[in-house]
Write a protein that binds this ligand. Structure first.
Ligand code: ADP
Length: 592
């Protein structure tokens, strides 16, 4: 393969992009100058390009150390689609495949070789590396090297052993999306990266729209949203296996084909469900936080948290799986006060009791996020240590124009009912008393004799329970932190009962359509799926959604015009150009 020296030419020819993103240019310049570097960029920021472009500009094979086995195959598939020779070595290879790959590697056939860190524990593997020309070692997910990171991997500590085996020391490039300043220091220290060689870009994800939905029926919201966006890929995260099964059933009943993933399923079943989602046999994935590490699918248009997650780190990582391709994507968090108890329960099950109080503190920060009225994106980035952040102008709070209604009288009805019931019951029971339910248990407790019994007759008990949820979120009611979520009237609530303050409630948050429907885009997308199925690779590896949207915008008629579309390089033009140009051509003829 001929070596091209100019990085921008490589980006254009192979990747089909016309400019580097923030930070990429600097990292690549440093690497090509021979400096070791640490690159901290958010998910979707374009870290891979930072070592893939140098790989094409350097003699030899770049070694990429990655802890995510499932990601390796996708990355290598994607590189093959770009016409770049690459391979991976991990435990999924048979002995025969391993030796075949190693033989090719020793002959210098690959520009990039991905390896799992555990390989570095093997003396014989390290001896083999000695025979190769390795100009650069890229260490992906570099936070795994640090004990302070959230995903420490002991094998990462052995990375430095490679240097003892190689004849000349390669350049080192460490990359991560999640590293607090403390973790960054640790990575630099362990890999001897000078502090000046750190490239840290902002944490903001400018194509993500964050929203928090409170005091609303979440099943209804999820059903409506998924229906409205049924052609788009999305993930719905739930906190427990039971909740995953519930949401999965809910979607199934509404005629939506979903995949599901949680630790209660066998390894094979999990793999099968994951493949259905990646290959777009199922558009929606309902999962616990066990799902997602190493998922590289770039066209995830929404991530809905059906319940509040345990902390901000998890939230940003999970929600951040939306929109890696840079197109607008939604991140909804559906909050209920019950979630706080669920998370507290899960945290208290932790095998390490010394971490419980810290975890509870972190969860409290998550609860604060759910209640903030300020910019949500700003709230997140500030948490990660960035100062001087402006409001994003996109999130649910920044764009909230919902009308407010005076609900003081309804609030008084609820609060006085809670008091009359002795402040010893949960929201469902209170809602039943208010709506005049004939439930046997209410009679046994003589609640049908209360003056508040049936005060909200004619209203749906679920709606009243949602209204109670709203009152909890506004702190007029509070939830007991014991084993049962019983509710009681707060000091603020007492002021409402005394008529000192009025209560206002905004209208419901309505579900929206994230990506506008476009007949040509749909045709291109269908062709992409067909080609992907034939090639046995995920659709987004052929072309990203962004590339298809750019085709719709530019309507290329010739090969030269198609090359100006973002994400179309020479190899992809050769492989797929004709089919896609044909679709565009016949579409324009029909329109004419
Ligand atoms: P990360 O590893 O940081 O999460 P990726 O390397 O997967 O991000 O890149 C995310 C997406 O952005 C990919 O679809 C990639 O092709 C695209 N991308 C990377 N660099 C550029 C660029 N300079 N211009 C346009 N798109 C880019």
């Amino acid at each position: 393969m001929a070596i091209i020296q100019n990085p921008l030419d490589i980006l254009d020819k192979y990747f089909g992009y016309s400019a580097f993103r923030e930070g990429q240019q600097r990292v690549i310049d440093q690497v090509l100058q021979g400096d070791d570097s640490l690159c901290v960029m958010p998910t979707g920021g374009g870290k891979s390009v930072c070592y893939q472009v140098p790989a094409l500009a350097m003699e030899g094979t770049v070694l990429v150390i990655s802890p995510l086995i499932s990601l390796m195959k996708d990355q290598v598939d994607a590189l093959h689609q770009l016409g770049i020779p690459a391979a991976y070595i991990n435990s999924t290879l048979s002995t025969e495949e391993y030796f075949g790959t190693m033989d090719n590697a020793l002959e210098g056939k690959y520009k990039l070789l991905y390896v799992a860190p555990e390989r570095l524990d093997s003396e014989s593997f390290l001896n083999q590396l000695q025979k190769m020309t390795i100009p650069l070692i890229a260490i992906d997910e570099a936070h795994c090297i640090s004990q302070w990171g959230h995903d420490f991997r002991p094998s990462y500590r052995n990375i430095h052993r490679i240097f003892d085996y190689l004849n000349s020391r390669p350049i080192v490039l460490a990359l991560t999306a999640t590293a607090t300043p403390e973790v960054q220091d640790d990575i630099c220290q362990q890999l001897h990266i000078p502090p000046v060689s750190r490239v840290v870009t902002g944490f903001e994800r400018s194509n993500l729209v964050f929203s928090v939905v409170k005091g609303q029926n979440r099943d209804q919201f999820v059903k409506e949203y998924v229906q409205k966006n049924k052609n788009e890929s999305g993930i719905i995260y739930a906190a427990t296996r039971k909740a995953v099964e519930q949401v999965y059933l809910l979607l199934e009943k509404s005629g939506i084909q979903a995949a599901k993933y949680h630790a209660g399923l066998s390894i094979d079943e999990r793999q099968q469900q994951q493949d259905r989602f990646i290959m777009e046999d199922a558009r929606v994935m309902v999962a616990t936080n066990a799902f997602g590490m190493g998922i590289d699918k770039s066209n995830i248009r929404y991530v809905i948290h059906y319940q509040m997650p345990k902390n901000m780190e998890s939230y940003y990582q999970e929600a951040g799986r939306a929109g890696r391709d840079g197109l607008d994507s939604d991140c909804y968090l559906l909050f209920s006060s019950q979630d706080v108890l669920t998370q507290r329960f899960l945290i208290e099950q932790s095998p390490d009791p010394s971490r419980v109080s810290n975890e509870i503190k972190k969860m409290q920060v998550m609860v604060d996020y759910c209640h903030t009225e300020g910019c949500l994106q700003k709230h997140i980035i500030k948490y990660f240590g960035e100062e001087d952040v402006e409001d994003c102008g996109r999130c649910g709070n920044c764009t909230d124009t919902r009308e407010q209604f005076d609900v003081t009288v309804d609030t008084q009805k609820v609060l006085s009912c809670v008091i009359r019931m002795g402040q010893r019951f949960g929201k469902t029971m209170v809602a039943q008393v208010l709506t005049g339910s004939r439930n046997k248990k209410l009679k046994e407790l003589n609640f049908d004799e209360l003056s508040t019994y049936g005060l909200m007759k004619g209203r749906n008990a679920k709606d009243v329970a949602d209204f109670i949820e709203f009152l909890i979120s506004k702190n007029y009611l509070q939830v007991e932190s014991g084993p049962y979520p019983t509710i009681f009237v707060s000091e603020d609530g007492k002021d409402v009962l005394l008529g000192k303050v009025k209560v206002w409630r905004k209208g419901e948050m309505v579900t929206t359509v994230i990506a506008k429907d476009d007949p040509l885009f749909n045709e291109l997308r269908a062709m992409r799926l067909k080609l992907a199925q034939e090639a046995g690779v995920p659709p987004f590896v052929i072309f990203s959604d962004k590339t298809l949207r750019d085709m719709v915008a530019k309507m290329p008629a010739t090969n030269e015009e198609l090359l100006t579309v973002q994400g179309v390089g020479e190899t992809k033009l050769e492989r797929y150009g004709e089919v896609f140009l044909e679709i565009i051509d016949s579409f324009s003829t029909q329109q004419a």
